[in-house]
Design a protein around this ligand. Sequence first.
Ligand code: BDR
Ligand code: CA
Length: 314
Amino acid sequence: TRTIYLDCDTGIDDSLALAFLLAAPGTDLVGIGAVSGNVSAAQGAQNTLDLLELAGRGDIPVAIGAHDPLAGHFDGGVPHIHGDNGIGNIKLHPAQATTTGTSAAELLISLSHDHPGELSIVAIGPLTNIALALAIDPSLPTRIKDVTIMGGAALVAGNVSPVAEANIWNDPEAAALTLAARWDLTLVPLDVTLENILEEEQRVALEESPIPVVSSIGRILDFYFDFYVGLYGRRASAMHDPLAAAIATGAIIPTNAPRVAIEVDTTRGPGRGQTICDLRGQRMGPVDQPGAHCRVVLGTDIPLPPVLVEHLLA
Ligand code: BDR
Ligand code: CA
C-alpha cells in the first residue's frame, strides 16, 4: 500500500486527482491539506470535504492550510479557469464533516509521525504548506518516503508568465525551500501534463457514470473544457494534477526522468517562478547528475487519460 498525504488547491483538476487517489488500488489517502491557489485555502478545503462526502470518504481528515504565500498575499485565484467556487460553479451538497482545526502543516507533520518512512506527499497546489511544515520541523524529510509535485516548466513555456507555471508562480519562495530540502522528489511539470489531454467523449463518460462523485466531476469539468478551447482548439483539458497523482501511485511510470539540479527563480524580475532545470548533457537519453535529489519528468510510459477514466469508472 501507498500511504498518501495530499496537498491541494481544489480546483477542477485537483478534484480529478482526488477522485483518482480514492479509486487507485493499493492507495491509502490518510490526510489532505488545502492551500490558496486556484481558490482560497478555505474554499479549497470546503470543496475537498464536499467531494469526499460525495465519495463516501468523509472520514479522511482535511485541514485548511496557508491563505497567503510566504511573501505577499493571495491574489484571489483564477475564477476564469476554475470558476468562482473552484469547481466550475457546480454546487455540491455541503459536507457534514468539518476541517481538523489544525493547520495543514501540522496535519502533515503529525501524519509523518504516524507513518514514519511510509508517507508519500502529493502536492498539486502552491507549496506554501509544505514549506511551512519544513520550517516548523526541519527533520520532516527524514520521515517522508517521497514527494511528487505538479509544478514547473522545464523546457516548455510557462502558463502564468512566459517561464512560470501557476503552482510555482503562486509561491516561488515556498517552492525554492521545498525543492532544496533533501527528500526523494519528483517534479511533474507542464512539459508532460500538457500532453495528457482528456477529450470531450471521456468527460461525457465520466458525467454519465452512476458513481455520484464521478458524474459530478464530469459536470465540473465542463467549465475547464470551455477554458481550454483557447489552448487546444477543441473541448478538452490538460490533466495536470491527475498526472502527478498517477505517478505517485505507480499507475504511470516516468520513463524520461533524470535527477538533476533544479533551482526556482525567486527574483522579482521576468524570471520569477521559473524552475531552472539543469538539463545539459541529456541529448543521448536521461542521465542522473551526481548528488541531485529531484527528478524532473519529461516523458512517461503510457498516456494517463484512458487509465484515469478506467480507474474512475471501475
Ligand atoms: C496547476 O495550476 C492549477 O491551476 C492547477 O490545479 C494545477 O495544479 C497547473 O499549472
Ligand atoms: Ca492544483
